[in-house]
Ligand binder design. Structure first.
Ligand code: SF4
Length: 377
């Protein structure tokens, strides 16, 4: 697979109290300066083919559709798709900022996937999360995306939200399904340090889900979405056939990607690097021709293999043993025999002779099982 390109657009109409992304409240002057820096960073990158382009954030549609379309045009020029291939181009969107005609402009620019940040269809939960859209807005946006011809429409939902119940979570899943979307991502709320939710959690830990309750609602997502014909193709992701995200599949396949923008991560030539999360430093460095302050580390040897196993195990395809032997020169079953034996015995992993995969039970403790492969030398 060739490169995946991620572009971070960090401005939001307001800041959600659980969020730990690199993000800032929308200010036109900062947003313009940032865009100019982003164009300059694109110009510095070596020209390369890319099968996927992903605009995330932040809130990409805090910029108007013409600006987003212009940026996509510039990216497609600099990172053309391999000959004969239509690139997958994804944009995250906040439903309350969508304006008439936005998606027609996106489709004309080549956008094939739209990821709508919904989190919940239950007004109380939406309020708890500090979001401001209404379920009605989400329905309109999904319909507009369809009518404009966006090939894959995805919705993000969040579970383990304080105040959520099994019934209210089911309702969100069912409302998403009723919209006829092609893809649903479900994420458990995580408490990120130094966020308002972190302070709330310290004050009132019982307002939040424990592991058992979290596993219960995650199980509801799996059962509901699989029964509706969605494939649970990655721990947090469900798709109708033909609608899995290729951009994310490249991450899980340990493929190479270029991350552009403040706080963006890249992985190329065995090196992982992350740009500074300081907006001003990012803009100043790029516009003055200086290197972008970044942290980087080389992934070599079994560290690299362990990461690749951890990522592959997140997917329903799992670790293809022959492919790993060819790509990394390692006999996974032999080198990781103690961990594989332990988790197979516990019913968390299955080994069918060709691949290693999480069992249904294993999906509930995926972080523990996947993480165990990182500690092998
Ligand atoms: S809209 Fe998304 S990126 Fe922006 S503050 Fe909320 S969760 Fe964070």
């Amino acid at each position: 697979m060739s490169l995946g390109v991620y572009v971070h657009l960090p401005f939001c109409p307001y800041i959600c109290p659980y969020c730990d992304f690199a993000k800032w409240p929308m200010r036109p002057s900062a947003a313009n300066a940032y865009l100019a820096a982003l164009y300059a960073e694109i110009g510095r990158e070596p020209v390369a083919t890319a099968e996927t382009i992903f605009l995330g954030g932040g809130t990409p549609n805090a910029y108007d559709a013409g600006t987003v379309a212009g940026l996509i045009g510039r990216l497609r020029e600099h990172f053309p798709a391999p000959a004969g291939l239509e690139p997958e181009i994804s944009v995250e969107t906040n439903p309350e900022l969508v304006r008439t005609g936005d998606f027609e402009a996106y489709v004309a620019a080549g956008v094939t996937r739209l990821s709508i940040g919904v989190q919940s269809f239950v007004p109380d939960e939406i309020r708890t999360l500090g979001r401001k859209h209404t379920p009605e807005q989400v329905r309109t946006v999904a319909e507009q995306a369809r009518a404009a011809g966006i090939a894959s429409v995805s919705i993000d939902l969040m579970f383990a939200v304080p105040g959520q119940t099994a019934d209210s979570w089911r309702l969100s899943l069912e409302r998403a399904l009723a919209l006829g979307v092609d893809h649903i991502s479900t994420y458990g709320l995580t408490i990120e340090e130094h966020t308002p939710f972190d302070a709330w959690h310290t004050r009132e830990p019982r307002a939040f889900f424990d592991d058992t309750r979290e596993a219960e609602v995650y199980a509801i997502a799996i059962d509901t979405l699989e029964a509706a014909g969605f494939e649970h193709y990655e721990i947090s992701n469900f798709a109708r056939p033909g609608h899995a995200s290729l951009h994310n599949a490249n991450y899980w396949a340990n493929g190479e990607y270029a991350g552009l923008g403040v706080g963006a991560a890249s992985y190329r030539g065995g090196e992982r690097s992350v740009h500074t999360r300081d907006l001003q430093r990012y803009i100043e460095a790029v516009t003055s021709g200086q290197p972008i302050p970044s942290e980087s580390e080389s992934l070599t040897g079994y560290r690299r293999v362990g990461e690749a196993i951890m990522l592959a195990l997140r997917t329903s395809r799992g670790v293809d043993l022959r492919e790993f032997a060819g790509r990394y020169g390692v006999d996974v079953r032999e080198h990781y025999a103690p961990a594989i034996a332990e988790y197979c015995e516990a019913g968390l992993l299955e080994d069918d002779g060709r691949s290693l995969r999480l069992t249904k039970q294993g999906r509930f403790v995926a972080n523990d099982v996947c993480g165990a492969f990182l500690s092998f030398e």
